[in-house]
Ligand binder design. Sequence first.
Ligand SMILES: [Fe+2]
Length: 202
Amino acid sequence: MVQTVKVARHLFFPTQVWVFKHPENQFNQAILDYILELEAKEKSVVISNRGGWQSRDNVIFEKEMTPLRETIVARMQAVIKNNQYKASASPKLINGWANVNRSSQYNLTHTHGRSDWSCAYYLNNVEEHHGAIYFNDPVTQRSANGVNNVFIDNPEMENWDSVEFKPDAGDLIVFPSWLPHGVHSSSSDDSRVSVSCNFQIE
Ligand SMILES: [Fe+2]
């Protein structure tokens, strides 16, 4: 006799990484020029960056950044809308800074403390040699367990322990601030320019 077995396969505790593509954004060049001007006149902050230039974290509020800031805030509102927050919840932009990496420069794996959602916006195309951004499985118990050693080659994405992106100019990546991420070393002298922001949900 064939027995019928009901089974449910749940995927709990998901991790969201959103990628918004804006190839049409007209303001990229002006913002790129502005950031490179700032780089020439201001000292770098050193946090996760190894080499490279990182601006102070209030650059996003400057008038030159207005079109980018408004785009990022609008996208963040869409993310919030899709996350079952209370109707009264809204994303508050708390800081935002620019990053410029060139040859041999990278960012260590890190998370963004004291915020809920973070994002990175790209002002030029990132090819392999510019250093991809990567995100690691936030479930540290899973990687400590060593389960990845017994997966088949190229498993489905739910079994990946890391994922990387090589964004195009105009791409905006939005992710939870607690998600570990970093930037691989650049092997190019071209500048790799991005803007990062943090939001708190209030
Ligand atoms: Fe970061």
